[in-house]
Write a protein that binds this ligand. Structure first.
Ligand code: G3P
Length: 217
């Protein structure tokens, strides 16, 4: 499963790049607002930092302006994936942009029916929001499973990008469910890493190595 970082914070990306885990980045208007930086600058810098897709979301809600914004964002770099909301206008823009060879990430997906429409509109990525479904008492991971099951039946090129990830279990369950990608907040990436027995083991190995009085270098 590919890992995208769900962040608009350049430092988060630089910090995790040496791990080899960063297959791409997703941003959204809320993350951009939180960064306090100019949107187009953030996207340009992100596209320089990683080879993989960098999602940049349109701000408009009407087809014509979404298309114009999408084309403008796509000009920033080859690896820009234009993000559009899963609305009628958004899917029309998705179809037009993918026909022009632009990657499109269709976001704010909350049902399998919506995901089917996005695939038929040529979406490169579909972003079902797992956490926001969980937040209202639904099982967001069931949606990932339903979409993967439907997509497996047909020659769709759309990749399932599990989004709105809240904790490590979402990541492992998305992988078990067959998602192609999970877009993960940096905080959750670090949580994935943590286990008290690993920490304890390192502590014991270090202590016992010291007893040997040896050095490797
Ligand atoms: O960036 C798309 C998605 O991952 C954001 O989800 O629910 O954390 O705002 P959320």
């Amino acid at each position: 499963m590919k890992f995208f970082l769900d962040t608009a914070n350049i430092e988060d990306v630089k910090e995790l790049l040496p791990t080899g885990w960063v297959d791409g980045i997703t941003t959204n208007p809320s993350l951009i607002a939180a960064s306090g930086r100019r949107f187009l600058d953030v996207i340009a810098e992100m596209c320089d930092l990683v080879d993989g897709p960098v999602s940049a979301e349109v701000a408009a809600t009407d087809y014509k302006t979404m298309l114009a914004e999408g084309r403008h964002l796509a000009k920033i770099a080859e690896n820009v994936a234009v993000k559009v909301p899963l609305t009628l206008d958004g899917l029309k823009a998705c179809y037009a942009l993918t026909q022009e060879g632009t990657m499109v990430n269709v976001t704010l997906c909350f049902s399998a029916a919506q995901a089917l429409l996005a695939a038929k509109a040529g979406a490169t990525f579909i972003s079902p929001f797992v956490g926001r479904l969980d937040d209202i008492g639904h099982d967001g991971m069931t949606l990932i499973q339903e979409i993967c099951q439907i997509y497996a039946q047909y020659p769709f090129d759309t990749e399932v990008l599990a989004a709105s990830i809240r904790h490590p279990l979402h990541v492992t369950q998305a992988a078990q469910s067959g998602a192609d990608i999970a877009t993960i907040p940096p905080k959750v990436i670090y949580q994935l890493l943590q286990h008290p027995l690993t920490d304890k083991g390192v502590e014991i190995f270090t202590k016992d190595w010291k007893k040997t009085g040896q050095s490797i270098l």
